[in-house]
Design a protein around this ligand. Structure first.
Ligand SMILES: [Zn+2]
Length: 190
């Protein structure tokens, strides 16, 4: 059951190449423009192919449901800000242009991975959620508070692993550098 009116300024259309629907603008939008706020038709503890993720066990289906037809793109022009419930433009969009969002911006580990055919120079191919993309790639996109925190945790875990591999002395890589240098200076003749 939907509480939100059908959105103005966009319409669903059929994309023969994908054999699925997309959404295109019916007017021009400026960059960083608030297109609309969205809500949830229902909340779920896990993802399905229609949901957006807010936190580890909080996923929702979009209201109005037309927004679910916005396709993924690796060079997106809109962003679903799930923390503010706002759909915003990233770039200026002309009337007739398709709206695309980068799904890993909110999705950590997708239930329905797919192969992207957006055809842009930065296409990542297999789209499975932000946990499956390199941190340096994710850093180039806007991400939800949850995905941002998950990426920071993953980076911290990697740093801990590397510190342990460094000799198990509990030294961080920085400390390790100091340690090697002080040893070298001791070994040098006075
Ligand atoms: Zn792509």
């Amino acid at each position: 059951m939907s509480d939100k009116p059908p959105p103005a300024g966009m319409q669903r259309f059929y994309r023969e190449d994908l054999d699925q629907h997309g959404v295109r603008a019916t007017r021009r939008y400026e960059a960083s423009e608030l297109i609309m706020t969205f809500g949830a038709v229902r909340w779920l503890p896990g993802p399905n192919r229609m949901t957006l993720q807010v936190s580890a066990h909080l996923h929702f289906e979009l209201d109005p449901p037309l927004l679910e037809s916005i396709n993924h793109g690796c060079d997106p022009n809109v962003h679903f800000d799930v923390d503010r419930s706002e759909l915003r433009t990233l770039l200026a969009i002309e009337a007739g242009e398709e709206l695309t969002a980068f799904y890993p911006s909110s999705e950590w580990d997708m239930q329905s991975p797919f192969t992207c055919s957006c055809g842009t120079a930065r296409c990542h191919g297999q789209i499975r959620g932000s946990t499956h993309l390199p941190a340096e790639v994710m850093a180039t996109y806007e991400t939800s508070a949850f995905v941002t925190a998950q990426l920071a945790l993953a980076a911290a875990a990697r740093a801990m692993d590397e510190a342990q591999v460094d000799g198990g002395l509990g030294l961080t890589s920085l400390d390790h550098g100091e340690y090697v240098r002080s040893e070298a200076s001791q070994a040098a003749p006075a």
